[in-house]
Design a protein. Sequence first.
Length: 312
Amino acid sequence: MKKEILEKIKQYDKIIIHRHVRPDPDAYGSQCGLAELLKSSFPSKQIFVVGEEDPSLEFLYKMDQIDDHEYDGALVIVCDTANQERISDQRYNKGDFLIKIDHHPNEDAYGDLLWVDTSASSVSEMIYEFYLYGKDFGLSMSKECARLIYAGIVGDTGRFLFPSTTKKTFKYASELIEYDFSYTDLYNEMYKTKLNVAKLHGYLLQNFTMFKSGAAYIKMTKQLLQEYNVLPSEASQLVGALGNIEGLKAWVFFIEEKEQIRVRFRSKGPIINELAKKFNGGGHPLAAGATIYNWDEADKIIAELEALCENA
């Protein structure tokens, strides 16, 4: 598959790279890391990255603003996005050829060419593997590319703490930090916390609910977020905050937005992506998301999560 992707890249003079909405470091790392890899390898090609900006990730990269006509005769690559509905900038299907590169379960097999590896810790890790395959066939790694890929791996492995981290992940990380970028500065940017978000963190630690089954939840209403002056996207960054609680098996965050409630699942063992699918969502077995539209649905999710943990 890597060979086919590289051959297709060589065929096109213009390449446009997308990723998912509400991006995280792996979305930016894989999308923009691939862009930098192609820019350094093929200086004559036009390489664009598109999607809505995320202020918390602007330190990583800046998105391009392009007109519709740029898609004419272009190769389009979508990174780290399981479902078409979650692709940021829905012009992704206006190009000449579409490639999907992802590590989520492949339930929406869109694209003309697909490379999906659910065993990969991150799509950024896959982009580095793509470089390793292609370095003898024209691919060239820059320090900016290495910085972006490293950031994506760190983000999606929770600083190498999540079960998706493998020996291969550590090996790739050790090779990436050989490039001349400051991973200390990168960590400082990735994990700095605003004072209001830190105070909300304290609130959630004092107010989350945990059952004997090992299930837990917290509801963050619009009123609560307004009280702490925290955006829903900022609140989502706290989803890992309960991970060290003794006896916890799986937990769910409910974050109320204007017209919907975002649901964030995390687990230490019970498979939770099947539960997410029941509520307009999906994801990894131990990390998933969903969308609901009222608090009655939230109570149904809590009940199902508790039952799931009781049987785990």
